[in-house]
Design a protein around this ligand. Structure first.
Ligand SMILES: Nc1ncnc2c1ncn2[C@@H]1O[C@H](COP(=O)(O)OP(=O)(O)OP(=O)(O)O)[C@@H](O)[C@H]1O
Ligand SMILES: [Mg+2]
Ligand SMILES: [Zn+2]
Length: 510
């Protein structure tokens, strides 16, 4: 007897349909899986056999062959267990299974017949819906994630036995109710608030610009000056995630198995701060288990690299491609996959190994050689990709003790939101959503300068020996500053402020 049911596989964060074709025939009893299956799938045999037996269902003592089609795409993981078990049971008419072809099955089986939660259900369902599939049977534990996708029917099952009873029409299961993204609110998404940061006007201003235009930023300052604290406050002034952004972020977190159990969808911008001892692979993703890395988990959010020069040179250089393109391509055993990596980089560093170089009141004990070795980790091309460079100084005692109320994150966010709204209107129909991501043509179109601005930029370009990339970054930052003021035209003072965020190049990397 022959049967065929549907499942879905994953490549990167995109899903593709898989036909699970099963043949049960008389002959030497055995179980074979063909069609480019990895070892985890080969192990499915044991899980499927035991799950069927331990559910008191009849496992055929016959020759079973399962073909996973298309045969030229590598299948990984345990996603197809449920589909295989249903396909085997559907081969036997005595099981009276009806409608098995109506559904797409996704789920891992335990030996006892329970259906276990799987990683990546959201990207699978989104791709399947795009491909026109409508009815799904998935693990009960994945239902919250699934509930955000509208226009499909998703049935959650806890056991194989329950699945079969449902397919026979003996048990009713209702499809999960869809849940609107707007209704998902979690109090205090970010925890930290700028109202707790005393003083630091310059740094706050720069972070506001970075948030408004999606610009990368680096803070240079002595230990204890509040760099880490400022960075942790940064997400609280970013615009809210849109539903489409949330879906993309959730896809990535879902594939990485990092999705918070009962949340279902990521509704706050991610803030990732991998330690400098983290391996390059853990940052970029890929490797044996082909998981997205930290830079992809930071998609549409913030990647905070504290003590930036402490990361290996290799790690830092690997950031060049994603910083430019917003995606990372990782090579794996027999394929390459692309993961989105559209993050804002916030980096921090001390000016020298001891931290006091350039300080007004503390002495630096580092030799010139030590300092240049420390700074040399950050190459020109990397610093070029960071639009805003700022110095953070220690707050004074009086500032720290001051009773004056500092502006809250919510107040700052209002201005950021306004500036973002202008950008969304500007880039309608285009792919980018913020000034920092403008391409050459867009920069030319939206960053026209008047005579005074032009002159200022020319002088700075020649004096500071800026690169062409740095020149474009200045224009983009100036665009954002003008947007924060609600001005259509960029004027000389906007350019002047944007240039001021590049002068550290000269101070430290001359
Ligand atoms: N402007 C400020 N207002 C209030 N508290 C501050 C401020 N700056 C620093 N602090 C306090 O000092 C602590 C240390 O700051 P933080 O860890 O952010 O410094 P840092 O610049 O990252 O230092 P390091 O270079 O050693 O990592 C903060 O946790 C906070 O309690
Ligand atoms: Mg710190
Ligand atoms: Zn020093």
């Amino acid at each position: 007897m022959l049967s065929k049911v549907l499942s879905f596989g994953l490549k990167g964060i995109e899903g593709f349909p898989i036909d699970v074709e099963t043949d049960v025939s008389n002959g030497l009893p055995g179980f074979d899986i063909v069609g480019l299956a990895d070892t985890a799938i080969k192990e499915s045999k044991e899980r499927v056999r035991n799950a069927i037996r331990n559910s008191a269902l009849s496992y055929p003592v016959k020759k079973i062959t399962i073909n996973l089609a298309p045969a030229d795409v590598k299948k990984e993981g345990a996603l197809y267990d449920l589909a295989m078990a249903v396909a085997i049971l559907a081969c036997d008419e005595e099981n009276e299974i009806k409608n098995e072809k109506k559904y797409v099955y996704i789920g891992e089986l335990s030996f006892d017949g329970s259906v276990k939660k799987v990683k990546g259900i959201l990207p699978l369902l989104i791709s399947a819906r795009e491909a026109g599939f409508k009815e799904f049977i998935i693990p009960y534990g994945n239902l919250t994630e699934a509930s955000f996708i509208e226009g499909i029917n998703v049935y959650g099952v806890k056991t194989l036995l329950e699945t079969i009873a449902f397919l026979k029409g003996e048990q009713e299961i209702l499809p999960v109710q869809s849940c609107k993204f707007e209704n998902v609110t979690y109090a205090n998404k970010y925890g930290l608030d700028f109202s707790n940061v005393k003083g630091q006007k310059m740094a706050k201003r720069a972070l506001e610009i970075a948030a408004a235009g999606g610009h990368n930023l680096i803070m240079i300052g002595p230990p204890g000056s509040g760099k880490s604290m400022l960075a942790k406050c940064f997400p609280s002034i970013l615009p809210d995630l849109t539903f489409d952004e949330a879906l993309e972020v959730t896809k990535i977190h879902s594939v990485a198995g990092e999705l918070d159990g009962d949340k279902g969808i990521v509704n706050a911008r991610p803030f990732r701060s991998p330690h400098h001892t983290a391996s390059t692979v853990s940052l970029t993703g890929g490797g044996n288990n082909s998981k997205p890395g930290e830079i992809s988990l930071a998609d549409h959010g913030v990647l905070f690299l504290d003590e930036f020069p402490e990361y290996t040179r290799h790690t830092i250089e690997t950031l060049r491609q994603p910083l430019e393109d917003g995606v990372i391509t990782v090579a794996r055993a027999n394929a390459t996959v692309c993961y989105p990596a559209n993050f804002t980089l916030i980096a921090s560093m001390n000016p020298c190994p001891c931290g006091n170089y350039g300080s007004k009141d503390k002495e630096c004990h580092c030799s010139a050689g030590q300092i240049s070795k420390y700074l040399a980790k950050l190459s020109g091309p990397i610093m070029d990709r960071i639009d805003i460079h700022i110095e953070v100084e220690n707050v004074t005692y009086d500032q720290l003790k001051s009773e004056t109320l500092e502006e809250s994150s919510a107040e700052i966010k209002k201005r950021v939101d306004k500036a973002r709204a202008i950008q969304i209107e500007r880039f309608k129909g285009a792919k980018n959503f913020a000034n920092a991501k403008m391409n050459v043509a867009q920069t030319k179109k939206y960053c026209k300068l008047d005579q005074q601005g032009e002159l200022l930029l020319r002088t700075a370009f020649e004096r500071l020996k800026l690169s062409a990339r740095a020149h474009d970054r200045i224009l983009k930052v100036a665009r954002t500053i003008a947007d924060l003021e609600g001005r259509e035209n960029i004027s000389a003072n906007h350019i002047a402020e944007a240039i001021s965020y590049r002068t550290l190049d000269r101070k430290y990397w001359n």
